[in-house]
Structure formats: structure tokens, C-alpha cells
Write a protein that binds this ligand. Structure first.
Ligand code: ATP
Length: 621
């Protein structure tokens, strides 16, 4: 493939990029900080920059680009975007994964090199202690005067080995040592949280400089998406790997969307990065997601978070009539659910949007709302999908199943077989299987043979679907037959997170359970696929799960003091969460409020009231 000169490169798949994005793409002499508000095209910018680096040979084979995101669907979106923009031979050198997956991958490979007594057992278990578990640990060990929240932060922030730490309060050394011992008490099944994995990664890297040298040689370019949510532990790892190295690091994000401080995110990640890495700054000024009326409202919220915020240049055309934003008032929770359900049903039947284009967001506990809103939607013929729910028997949430590599491959094969035309899925299949089978994308003979093999398998799956109606047993048989064709060994070898049995089985079983659930009461495979993909279902999620996503319409349940009990105006975590929720919408945002949920959040009424957003009676059922 011909290598382009930098001046020959052009953006792909979009009509234009703003000048700041173009500058940041071609700037590779310095580290970079790209700050941009919601919908500014940060993901698109990273995808274009990846294409620039790969197609101009600035990132030359076998070198790779490492892109780190904070959520698995953000990592998948970015990988998909790079695949759409870049030749497959180039995009296969783009590694897009979450911070957790990146450090876990290092521990899966280098865990045995972690010095004792911190060497984890190979089949370690990942655990997610709840609030009370931290307090419970402290109580059991006689540290009732210390707080569980502080312990959680200390585990994430303190380097290993604990014995070498020089802490202001020596008691903490004892607490932390006991904590690590307790999680390692079963020598054959160590328990690890992701922050602990992060610390083990730090430790193993510092104990063998060859590991860092290897990673630097592999990754001369590093992208960090949603950098505002970087934790201290992650930042330590980043510095350890790439500070003062030849690697060029591009950090992208938006301080106004910093909603993970409660989980240990740094309050000043950009400033610290800019100073430590001597990074140049660029600011993107467009908003490609939302139309001007919504951007106007977003801007008054943005100003409470950052007084210097410039109003983005809204690029989206408004394509709806009537209100684009309002606070809907209800007398009680039943009429709130019924009214919203009927409004969605009416908008869907008027052709304004599909059910999956209308997201229901809630501050916390989507499972609770699911029990109230689910039946209301069902009564108007619509289904609600709580993406945080785990299918029965699974150990993984729907939202995560959908982004698994295993799911991407299996569903591409099933879609290609179940639908007359699925060109995108065919490309995904060819691309993924080429990588797994080690087929050179530039070798025409090998590619022809692959296409023949795939064509034959698709014909076989098609005839299986025609001859077998959807059921638990046929879903299991179908899944196994496709896995046998792809080769589970090959699949697991190319996806680092599948090296351990536990992780692979969680993904495989989760996939099958969701497919079987989607097959319940259906006799058509196309419907099973649509149900699996969430087509014709109204998605429900918390604000945290909605980060990085976008929807035609957003309905936010519960603009009241009970849902936002900690709400403080100006630059608070709550206000930033409100900003994230608001900015997911392309066309419309509605908020619901009812006395059964709590009293009005008057500050928000006043704030968005300034730009004409009204509190009105909610649409009745
Ligand atoms: N240059 C462009 N031309 C046209 N559309 C674009 C361009 N850049 C981005 N978009 C579109 O705008 C929307 C928002 O882009 P993207 O998701 O990259 O924004 P973001 O800055 O990552 O947003 P957020 O921080 O709010 O998650 C997407 O639908 C994307 O396809």
C-alpha cells in the first residue's frame, strides 16, 4: 500500500474538520491536550488522527497506536470509527481498549513477574467491593474510626510494596497491608479490584525496565479519550510508561463532563498532564451533535461549569417541530410513567423517531424505574431495555455484552445470514477473521480463499436458520457452530482479555444467555437479531452509562431534590452530570418531575428558564 506524504492526506468520511482539529492531527512534535465540549467530535478527531498517522507511515509497521478510553463502548466506538476511516491493513495496528482492560492485559501477561507477596494467582477473581464492604473490613480489623471511602481511595493511590511507603499517618500502612493480605488470603484465587490491578501493573513495570522499553517501542503514539476522568492510579501508570519518552501522547476530553471524581478521578487531570508532559493545547469549537436551540441551552449550563466557555458552533440541523426542551410536571409517579410512555408511542407512530432513538436517563437505580416504566411502555406496545441489567444467569451487563469482541464476530455472522443484505457486517467479519486467522489483508489469494470459506459458512448458517426455529437449544447450537468455524483458540489468542478462562466464559456465556433471552417467544431469526441489538426497544440507563453516547431524544426521569440530593450549583459533580445528560440529545431533551419523586430542583428551573425552557404539565396518557 502506498504511503502518503503528510500534505497528501485528507480527512475521510466527513465533509470537513475544523482548523483546530486539522492542526492537532498534524502536530506530532509535541504531546497534545485537545479540549472540547460535548459533541465537538473528539472521537471523530481521534479516528482521523489515527488514519493520518497510519497512512502517512508516521506510525510505521510493526508499530501500533494505543488508544485508551474509559468505557468499553467508547473503546469499541473508536475502534469501529477507525475501521470505517482506515484501510484494514492499517486499522489492525490500532489498539483501542479501556484503561482497565489495558492494565489487566499486562497483568494477565506479566502477573507471574510481580514480586512476592503480591504475585497474583493466575486464576485471580475480579471483585467490586460495595460501599459497605470497605467499612466492614475496617470494622473487622478494629479501625472503626477510619472511613471506608478513604480506604478505597488509599488502595487506589498507594504504590506497592506497601512496606516501602512513607505515609504521613503510619497507621495506614498497617491497614493497607492487612487489606492486601485479606484479598490474597486464598492463594489459588486472589481477589483483585481494578485499582489493585492498576497498582500491580505499576509494580511489575517498575521491577523490570525491559517491559516499559517494549511497550514504548510498540506504541510511539498514545491517545487518551475522556481524559478528564483519569484517576491518580491511572495517571501514575501513564507517567511511568510514557513520560519523557519518544511517545507522543494526545489527551482528549472535556472538564465539564468530569463525573468520576467520586470514584477517584483527578480534579485537575488536564492541567497536571499539560504541565508534566509539556503538552500543547488545542480547543475544538464545533458541536456536530445538537442543533442551535439545544446548544443555546447547553451553553448556559456550560457557563456555570466554566465561565470562560465559548459557545460552540452548532452544526446539526433541527428536524423536529414543537418543543425541543421542557420540564414535564406530573402529579404522581403512575401518571408520569403513563404520560411518558404514551408520548413516546405517539412520537414513534408519527415517524419522528424509532423507539431505540429515545433514551430514558436516570440519575441512579435504573432497575427501580424499570419496574415502573416497563409495564407502562408495554401497555402501549413498546419494550424498555435496561442496558445495565444482566441477562438471567449471566455475569455481565447487556451494555457490556454488546461490546465484547466475541459478540461482534458472532453477531456479524448471524446478521449476514439472517438478513438479505448486511454489507457492514460482512466487512466486519472479513476484517476480524483475517486478523484471527493471520491472513494478510494485502494478499489477494489469501483474501479470496477467506471470502470463499466465509461464503460457504454463511450458506450453512442460512440453511440452519431456515430449518430450525429460534429456541434455547438452537441458539446454543448456532453459537457453538460459529465458534467452531472461527476457532475458539484463534479468537482467544487475538483478544488479550480472553486469555483467562474466567473472562472468556463470562463473555461467551453472557452472549448466549442474551441470545436465548432474545429468542424467547419469537419464531423469526431476524426478530431475534433485532431484539438482541435493541432495535424497537427504548433504552434505559444511568447518566454514567450514557457518557459518550447520543440519541435523537432524551427523556430524563426525576428532576427533583430526591434524585439529586447532593445538588450544588456551579462547578459541582452533580451539575456536570446534569450537563452530560443534557448533551446526549441531538434533537430534544425533556425532564420529568413529580411530587411523588421529590420537590422541584428550583435552581435548574431558574437556570434553563433564562433561555426559555418552561415547566409545563407533562403530556397525559
Ligand atoms: N467533522 C465532522 N463532520 C460531521 N459530523 C461529525 C464530525 N465530527 C463528529 N461528527 C458527528 O458528531 C457527533 C458527535 O461526535 P463525537 O461523538 O465524536 O463527539 P464527542 O466530542 O466525542 O462527544 P461527547 O464528549 O459529548 O461524547 C457524532 O454523531 C459524529 O458522527
Amino acid at each position: 500500500m502506498a504511503i502518503l506524504r503528510p500534505d497528501q492526506w485528507m480527512p475521510k468520511g466527513v465533509a470537513s474538520l475544523e482548523p483546530a482539529a486539522l492542526r492537532a492531527i498534524s502536530e506530532n512534535d509535541h504531546n497534545l491536550c485537545v479540549v472540547a465540549s460535548a459533541g465537538a467530535g473528539k472521537t471523530e478527531f481521534l479516528a482521523q488522527k489515527a488514519d493520518y498517522l497510519l497512512s502517512t507511515g508516521l506510525c510505521r509497521a510493526p508499530q501500533r497506536i494505543l488508544a485508551i478510553s474509559f468505557k468499553s463502548d467508547a473503546a469499541k466506538n473508536l475502534k469501529d470509527r477507525v475501521r470505517a476511516r482506515c484501510d484494514p491493513a492499517l486499522s489492525s495496528r490500532f489498539d483501542s481498549l479501556t484503561f482497565d482492560a489495558f492494565s489487566k492485559g499486562l497483568i494477565d501477561r506479566f502477573g507471574p513477574l510481580v514480586p512476592p507477596p503480591y504475585t497474583p494467582s493466575p486464576n485471580y477473581e475480579i471483585v467490586f467491593p460495595a460501599f459497605r464492604d470497605w467499612d466492614d473490613f475496617l470494622a473487622r480489623h478494629g479501625y472503626r474510626h477510619l472511613s471506608g471511602k478513604t480506604l478505597e481511595k488509599a488502595v487506589a493511590r498507594c504504590r506497592l510494596p506497601i512496606a516501602d511507603l512513607n505515609l504521613k499517618k503510619p497507621e495506614w500502612k498497617d491497614v493497607l497491608e492487612r487489606f492486601w493480605r485479606e484479598y490474597y488470603r486464598d492463594e489459588t484465587a486472589t481477589q483483585l479490584t481494578f485499582p489493585m490491578i492498576n497498582r500491580l501493573t505499576n509494580y511489575v513495570l517498575s521491577s523490570d525496565p525491559r517491559l516499559i522499553a517494549g511497550l514504548r517501542a510498540t506504541y510511539p503514539f498514545v491517545f487518551l479519550d475522556e481524559f478528564q476522568d483519569t484517576t491518580y492510579g491511572q495517571y501514575d501508570l501513564l507517567k511511568q510508561l510514557f513520560l519523557d519518552s519518544e511517545a507522543r501522547v494526545t489527551a482528549v476530553g472535556d472538564n465539564k463532563q468530569r463525573i468520576m471524581v467520586w470514584a477517584g478521578a483527578m480534579p485537575d487531570a488536564f492541567t497536571t498532564f499539560a504541565s508534566d508532559f509539556h503538552a500543547k493545547q488545542e480547543t475544538l469549537l464545533s458541536n456536530w451533535r445538537s442543533h442551535p436551540e439545544l446548544v443555546e441551552i447547553q451553553h448556559v449550563i456550560a457557563l456555570t461549569l466554566e465561565q470562560s466557555s465559548a459557545k460552540p458552533d452548532a452544526k446539526r440541523i433541527k428536524d423536529v417541530d414543537g418543543d425541543v426542551c421542557a420540564i414535564w410536571d406530573y402529579a404522581d409517579r403512575a401518571s408520569e410513567c403513563e404520560g411518558v410512555a404514551q408520548w413516546i408511542a405517539d412520537a414513534v407512530s408519527a415517524g419522528e423517531m424509532a423507539p431505540e432513538d429515545c433514551a430514558i436517563l436516570i440519575r441512579f437505580r435504573p432497575d427501580k424505574l424499570e419496574t415502573e416504566l416497563g409495564p407502562a411502555l408495554a401497555s402501549v406496545g413498546l419494550r424498555l431495555r435496561n442496558v445495565a441489567r444482566m441477562p438471567k444467569g449471566a455475569k455481565i451487563a447487556i451494555q457490556d455484552i454488546l461490546t465484547e469482541d466475541l459478540t461482534v464476530c458472532l453477531m456479524a455472522m448471524i446478521r449476514v445470514s439472517a438478513f438479505p443484505k448486511a454489507p457492514d457486517d460482512w466487512h466486519v467479519l472479513v476484517d476480524r477473521i483475517s486478523t484471527m486467522w493471520g491472513i494478510d489483508p494485502n494478499d489477494e489469494d489469501e483474501q479470496d480463499a477467506l471470502q470463499d470459506d466465509l461464503g460457504a459458512k454463511v450458506a450453512e448458517v442460512r440453511s440452519y436458520l431456515a430449518g430450525n426455529s429460534p429456541s434455547g437449544a438452537s441458539c446454543a447450537e448456532l453459537t457453538q457452530s460459529i465458534l467452531d468455524f472461527i476457532g475458539e483458540t484463534e479468537l482467544r489468542a487475538t483478544v488479550p482479555s480472553y486469555h483467562r478462562d474466567k473472562d472468556y466464559l463470562r463473555a461467551r456465556d453472557g452472549f448466549l444467555l442474551l441470545l436465548q433471552e432474545s429468542a424467547e417467544d419469537r419464531d423469526d431469526w431476524a426478530e431475534v437479531v433485532n431484539s438482541f441489538d435493541g432495535i424497537d426497544q427504548v433504552p434505559l440507563m444511568s447518566i454514567h452509562k450514557s457518557k459518550g453516547l447520543e440519541f435523537h431524544t432524551v427523556i430524563f426521569f426525576g428532576l427533583d431534590e430526591r434524585s439529586w440530593w447532593n445538588f450544588e450549583p456551579n462547578d459541582s459533580e452533580e451539575m456536570r452530570a446534569f450537563f452530560v445528560a443534557f448533551t446526549r440529545a441531538m434533537q430534544r431533551v425533556f425532564f420529568t418531575s413529580c411530587s411523588g419523586r421529590g420537590t422541584k430542583l428550583t435552581y435548574i428551573d431558574d437556570l434553563i428558564g433564562r433561555v426559555g425552557v418552561e415547566r409545563i404539565p407533562g403530556p397525559p396518557s
